[in-house]
Design a protein around this ligand. Structure first.
Ligand code: UT7
Length: 343
């Protein structure tokens, strides 16, 4: 079976920069509180009418260009998002339309901050088994339109941001180093394994309750007045579990591949909170040059956070061919996971 590899990356964040001081003019918060508790300095918010599929299409166009491919070369599209353009159909079909392509399957993945890893797991399986050859995987989010930008929602409004990241995945053969050099001196490139988890006991610890088909009608003025359309979060519980689940998932991936943390060149953890990332770093005993963070500039972009960080990590030349990269995420569901990739 061939290995799956990330052939290229792309990203797009909205032009509109929203600083902590901007938020402090909308709600009872401060630059000092936000920096100290989360490490976030600014985030991006869309302009009116700019959708997750727009951000995703722009990120995808960049990834296609870097891979030297046209949209017509793709044979499958996977979109991870918790903030779909509409209740249905999924964001995938809108994104497909914006790329000007037709007749390829579009799968929407709804696994929140771990959505990118769930999508990666599916894409990896499809490519290894030969089902599809060129898969576009996009993580895209528009949080700003769903946040309570006032005192009521201040615990979540300061954390989340808008953005999109994209990768193109394909099989990597022996000629590209996909099976090593046959003498054991060059490591095999590509995705080694992806590990995904969920525990629904914690579903309401971080969720948006409505609109909900279990209510009749699925959305009402009462829902809106009660704040059910905005994220509700038990921040301390999310924090507590995130700092143990992500290192656990990294160790699980390493054990599965018979590797040790000393062999990992770079860890990119879901950008939920800089303090969470720093605790993951400490738990794994990583030096500063072996972890990549950019939450300071974008806030928490949930499903988009890993592909945006991966793109910037690549652009900054922090990943070299043959490096061992580990991705990990944790979020609403609760869901969490990891992936090991030989770059
Ligand atoms: O992808 C996963 C997404 N979610 C997360 O990763 C969130 C994980 N959790 C966290 O990051 C942290 O729990 C927060 C950043 C959300 C909060 O930090 P904390 O140190 O756990 O603060 P706290 O919830 O214990 O709140 C401390 C105080 C409270 O006031 P009192 O009760 O002590 O008077 C809050 O009301 O801070 C208050 N507070 C704020 N103050 C200023 C809550 N939000 C704000 C705010 N600005 N935006």
């Amino acid at each position: 079976m061939p290995r799956t590899h990330i052939l290229s990356t792309g990203f797009r964040v909205p032009d509109r920069v929203v600083t902590n001081d901007d938020l402090a003019s909308m709600m009872d918060t401060s630059d000092a509180w936000i920096r100290q508790r989360s490490g976030i300095e600014e985030r991006r918010w869309v302009e009116e009418g700019e959708a997750g599929s727009d951000l995703g299409a722009a990120a995808a166009a960049m990834a296609l260009e870097r891979a030297g491919m046209k949209a017509e070369d793709l044979d499958c599209l996977i979109v991870a998002t918790l903030s779909p353009d509409h209740f249905f159909p999924g964001t995938g079909v809108f994104l497909q339309r914006k790329l000007g392509i037709r007749d390829i399957p579009c799968l929407d993945v709804r696994n929140q901050c771990t959505g990118f890893l769930y999508g990666l797991s599916i894409a990896d399986a499809w490519i290894r088994t030969g089902r599809y050859e060129r898969i576009l995987l996009v993580g895209t989010e528009v949080h700003s339109t769903g946040l309570h930008r006032n005192d009521f929602g201040r615990d979540t409004a300061v954390l989340f941001g808008d953005g999109a990241g994209a990768v193109i995945l394909g099989p990597v053969g022996p000629a590209e180093g996909g099976r090593g050099d046959g003498n054991g001196s060059a490591p095999e490139r590509g995705i080694l394994s992806v590990h995904i988890h969920a525990d629904g006991r914690f579903a309401e610890k971080l969720w948006v309750e409505a609109p909900a088909s279990k209510y009749d009608p699925l959305i009402s003025h009462e829902h809106i007045d009660a704040g059910l359309t905005c994220p509700s979060m038990d921040g301390r519980e999310v924090f507590r579990q995130a700092v143990s689940r992500m290192p656990e998932a990294v160790r699980e991936a390493l054990d599965a591949e018979g590797l040790s943390i000393d062999e990992v060149d770079m860890v990119i953890a879901h950008q939920a909170n800089l303090r969470i990332c720093q605790m993951v770093q400490r738990a794994l005993g990583l030096s500063d040059d072996r972890i990549y963070n950019n939450i300071q500039r974008y806030g928490n972009t949930t499903a988009a956070s890993l592909p945006i960080a991966l793109h910037e990590c690549v652009e900054e030349g922090r990943l070299r061919c043959g490096d061992l990269l580990c991705l990990t995420a944790f979020g609403s569901g609760f869901t969490w996971g990891s992936a090991l990739i030989r770059w």
